[in-house]
Design a protein around this ligand. Structure first.
Ligand code: HEM
Length: 415
């Protein structure tokens, strides 16, 4: 099996683990019980890290490798770190899953997180070897976005340095410094790597982004604003002064960049094969909602919203499930056979996000709504997970080395 397929297949298997953990976690809000020998907090970390490292991380790497030859015009180069990447990744993700589940944030889970970072550096090197030798200005527009995503993947590793510096070296108790590493990671990895690289992958699959000027502006905005945008997330922890203005303005710039992307891909919708289209329309809708929500830091009461757990979880799943996951599942249709499940996934995801957002907005004033909304979120989560599992199952467990089953006009033709 080729490297891209190995990564994609293993990412879909980790995704199934993520889904099971997600549903298990949702039960905690409906029935009160103790998941011994685990702690709920540790299971949340196991769920989110397996989702980031295993599902989105490895899956995106596989998809990028899959589309690269169509963007570079050369067969995929596989320098030595490609081997290390493939050999390390199951241990990196599996180790993080087990250690986070057992001990939460502790020395073993931090060590396995570091192994994941080694995997990312290997991937960045492989990417670099494939694109070097051609001036960046001549890259296809989709490759710019993927390139920005890879830079952000590397930037996200700086968060570990920040966390170690603030917690171990300076031993600071300042909540702003304490959270700066965490939010740098969430912004650079979640919005930078996962979202921007996925935009490039979609662009490659639809045969390229038509307007180079808009794509260049979008890529530049995302490259320069991603890190400063993480500053606005520190406002609820006490960041004040001119840096907050920088953070809020950067976030609004990112909103503009997201709109620029939607404007570019909207005319390409009719080129999307029928099996892919609903997934990418859902992802596009989620991106449009996200672009609006980027303005929220300007709203009165935003600080309280940003600290409300269910609103945060709703926003995270809008971005990670309705946007990135839907876009990735759609892309899997190019790589292997996609199973059925879109409707369940869409209804479940939208309802779960809506129920959590409603919980965060109304339960403080109407406590009686709490349990019904948690029940809705649980049932919706199960429905979403069943749909997602049904869709990715054939990619995860189907016949090895499946032939490319659907390739629309303008899609990669390297196989
Ligand atoms: C149907 C699928 C899913 C369900 C039912 C689900 C459920 C959950 C639940 C119950 C929580 C904890 C909520 C809380 O503590 O209030 C959570 C947290 C989280 N989930 Fe999911 N999830 C799903 C899919 C995903 C996916 C695909 C990703 C990423 C690609 C993801 C990323 C996260 C993150 C980052 C957190 C927050 C962790 C933290 O605060 O430390 N989830 N999820």
């Amino acid at each position: 099996m080729q490297a891209d397929q190995v990564l994609i297949r293993s990412s879909t298997r980790w995704f199934l683990v993520v889904l099971v953990l997600g549903i298990w976690l949702r039960t905690a809000f409906v029935w009160i019980y103790n998941p011994a020998p685990f702690a709920w907090g540790s299971l949340i970390h196991a769920h989110s890290h397996t989702a980031y490292f295993g599902w989105a991380g490895l899956g995106l790497m596989g998809l990028v490798l899959y589309v690269l030859p169509s963007l570079t015009g050369r067969p995929l180069a596989a320098p030595r770190p490609m081997k290390w990447l493939l050999a390390l990744s199951p241990w990196a993700v599996g180790g993080a899953l087990v250690t986070f589940a057992l001990w939460g944030y502790a020395a073993p889970s931090i060590a396995f997180s570091a192994v994941n970072e080694v995997v990312w550096f290997c991937f960045a090197y492989v990417f670099w070897q494939n694109v070097r030798g051609r001036a960046v200005r001549d890259w296809p527009a989709a490759l710019w976005l993927i390139g920005v995503g890879v830079v952000m993947l590397l930037v996200s590793t700086l968060s570990t340095v920040l966390i170690l510096l603030t917690r171990v070296v300076f031993e600071t108790s300042s909540p702003v410094l304490y959270n700066s590493g965490v939010y740098l990671f969430l912004q650079a990895y979640g919005d930078g790597w996962m979202e921007v690289a996925m935009m490039g992958v979609v662009g490659a699959f639809v045969g390229g982004l038509p307007c180079r000027g808009l794509a260049r502006l979008q890529a530049l905005l995302m490259l320069t604003l991603m890190v400063p945008a993480s500053l606005r997330l520190l406002m609820p922890y006490g960041l004040a002064g001119s840096l907050t203005a920088v953070g809020v303005t950067a976030g609004i710039g990112l909103s503009l960049a997201q709109v620029l992307y939607l404007v570019q891909v909207a005319p390409l919708v009719r080129r999307m094969p029928a099996v892919v289209k609903p997934w990418w329309l859902l992802a596009g809708g989620a991106l449009a909602v996200k672009a609006v929500l980027e303005w929220l830091p300007l709203a009165p009461g935003w600080m309280e919203m940003a600290l409300e757990r269910n609103l945060v979880i709703a926003f995270l799943h809008l971005k990670l499930l309705a946007l990135v996951t839907a876009a990735m599942i759609g892309a899997l249709a190019y790589v292997g056979d996609l199973g059925r499940g879109f409707r369940l996934f869409a209804v479940g995801t939208v309802t779960m996000v809506g129920a959590l957002a409603a919980h965060g907005s109304f339960v403080a004033t109407t406590p009686a709504l709490s349990r019904p909304l948690y029940v809705v979120a649980f049932v919706a989560g199960v429905i979403a997970a069943v749909g997602a599992a049904g869709a990715v199952w054939p990619v995860a467990f189907g016949a090895e080395d499946p032939a490319v089953v659907r390739r629309p006009p303008g899609a990669p033709v390297h196989r």
